[in-house]
Design a protein. Structure first.
Length: 75
């Protein structure tokens, strides 16, 4: 299974992760996340057991699929 990277841990990013895990589409260890809010990132990682990236570029290097879950003005 490929690693899925999710940039953004807000409402949309959390919902996407929750859905992927609930449907067993991917194992928690195969999801890599990054967010500019380090507290959100820590909480999401702890709650779902997913991995945290050090940066956007770190996430991009380690992921085969990247989901952008940020507001358009943050792109």
């Amino acid at each position: 299974m490929k690693t899925i990277g999710v940039i953004g841990c807000g409402n949309m990013g959390s919902a996407l992760i929750r859905g992927m895990l609930a449907s067993r589409f991917v194992a928690p260890g195969r999801i890599l996340v990054w967010d500019s809010d380090s507290e959100k990132l820590k909480k999401l990682s702890r709650v779902f057991g997913i991995r945290r990236a050090r940066s956007n570029s770190d996430l991009a290097e380690k992921s085969q699929l990247i989901l952008l879950a940020v507001k358009p003005q943050q792109m």
